[in-house]
Design a protein around this ligand. Structure first.
Ligand SMILES: C[S@@+](CC[C@H](N)C(=O)[O-])C[C@H]1O[C@@H](n2cnc3c(N)ncnc32)[C@H](O)[C@@H]1O
Length: 397
């Protein structure tokens, strides 16, 4: 989409066209809708209105439906935008540490997913975005959501932005190249060196959840965030934004689970303890695993690791915890496909879930090989127990 087309979409006539497209999208056949709209507007404007309507319909996956219906998107901007629950969590954390109305820069604001929530959290936000259309879309979102008093957007280069006027800086670098997602922080835009520069002051920088721990600068707190069990991002907090425990010791790694907000840190981690399989097995949340806090989760359930390098926890008791999914251990079987097939057949297991960690087993292939059939359900957890590939038959708690 060109800036001129987006501007045309924001004139009264363009807004009426977009309102019609948004209301009709999904109700009328898209081809027929396009034909109807082209009777009163040019093809570029109709194409832009239909793209917005399509993205608004899709955006309910990431945004509150009431916002999605009013917001503007680009395809890339939507895909890179922070999900609302994660953006809200970050904004609330930031707002709790700064005075109300404090000035914050959202460098690389994209279409404004974070920007909007920072403004709603009571901060005064300036978004900076290098792509002109994306910047115009972010500005339109600020206006559409009635946040003009708390947020504004500048088209420009984050790396050239004077940061002295801001109490804190948020930065969510682009992590996509022409061939899709980039995992190497040096390929972020702006690059990792800029993130490191920001992290010498008061900043929050979003990074890919798979960032190697050894790249993390010494003085930051890294927070991995999951939503409903799925890891969404990691954010690095520096300066006054990194937290300390009650005794003043700095938090280095944190896992936060949304929507509950349950949080676990390296200060909760007693360190490794490996033990034999008990009556219960726990599978830690992905954020806990990425944060390297599996042993902290083990401590929460009074358990230990089954193997020092595998993220399964075992304990003698059933303990409710948000940080791990619990299973009762029904029995253990050696990893032998023929014997497993006989086991499945003898128990009429037709609904079979296969999980694995630390062994070179492909769950789908194993499932097919044991030929599930019948009404009974079972979960096989394939992992190493005492160094040997083992199947733990487990019942979700
Ligand atoms: C991951 S997106 C930001 C998403 C945003 N946090 C949201 O929730 O909508 C990164 C954005 O950074 C922008 N960008 C990349 N390099 C930039 C730079 N040097 N200055 C400003 N923006 C930049 C890209 O155009 C892209 O829109």
């Amino acid at each position: 989409m060109q800036t001129a087309t987006f501007d045309a979409l924001r004139t009264p006539a363009g807004a009426a066209l977009l309102a019609d497209a948004t209301a009709a999208y999904g109700r009328e056949d898209e081809f027929a809708l396009g034909t109807r709209l082209r009777r009163s507007a040019g093809p570029d404007l109709v194409a832009a209105a239909l793209t917005q309507a399509r993205l608004r319909a899709r955006a309910v996956d990431k945004f509150d439906p009431a916002d999605a219906a009013r917001m503007f998107f680009t395809v890339d901007g939507y895909e890179q935008a922070t999900r609302v629950a994660v953006a809200r969590h970050r904004a609330a954390r930031l707002a709790a540490l700064l005075r109300p109305g404090a000035a914050v820069a959202d460098l690389c604001c994209g279409i404004g997913g974070d920007l909007v929530e920072l403004a709603r959290a009571g901060l005064t936000v300036t978004g900076v975005e290098a792509d002109p259309v994306t910047a115009a879309v972010a500005a339109a979102n600020v206006a559409a959501l009635g946040l003009g008093g708390a947020a504004r957007v500048k088209h420009g280069d984050a790396t050239a932005t004077d940061r002295t006027a801001y109490a804190a800086v948020v930065c969510d670098p682009a992590r996509r190249g022409s061939r899709g997602r980039v995992f190497d922080p040096d390929a972020y835009r702006p690059p990792w060196s800029f993130a490191l520069e920001l992290l010498t002051a008061t900043a929050c920088v979003k990074v890919a959840p798979g960032i190697p721990h050894d790249l993390l600068p010494g003085a930051v707190e890294a927070e991995w965030v999951s939503e409903r069990g799925e890891v969404k991002e990691a954010a690095l907090w520096s300066g006054g934004l990194a937290r300390t425990g009650d005794d003043g010791v700095s938090v280095r790694r944190r896992a936060t689970l949304l929507p509950s907000g349950a949080t676990l840190t390296d200060l909760d981690d007693p360190g490794p303890s490996v033990r034999p399989l008990g009556g219960f097995l726990y599978e830690p949340d992905g954020a806990v695993i990425r944060a390297g806090l599996v042993t902290a989760a083990a401590a929460m359930v009074g358990g230990g690791l089954l193997d020092p390098s595998i993220a399964y926890v075992t304990a003698d008791d059933a303990v409710g915890t948000p940080f791990a999914r619990g299973y009762r251990v029904v029995e253990t079987l050696p990893y032998d496909v023929k014997a497993l097939r006989a086991y499945v057949r003898s128990r009429g297991i037709g609904i079979l879930t296969v999980k694995k960690r630390g062994v070179g087993v492909e769950p789908e292939k194993l499932r097919a090989a044991v030929r599930p059939s019948g009404d009974a359900a079972a979960t096989f957890v394939v992992t190493r127990v005492a160094g040997k590939a083992t199947v733990i038959v487990a019942d979700p708690l």
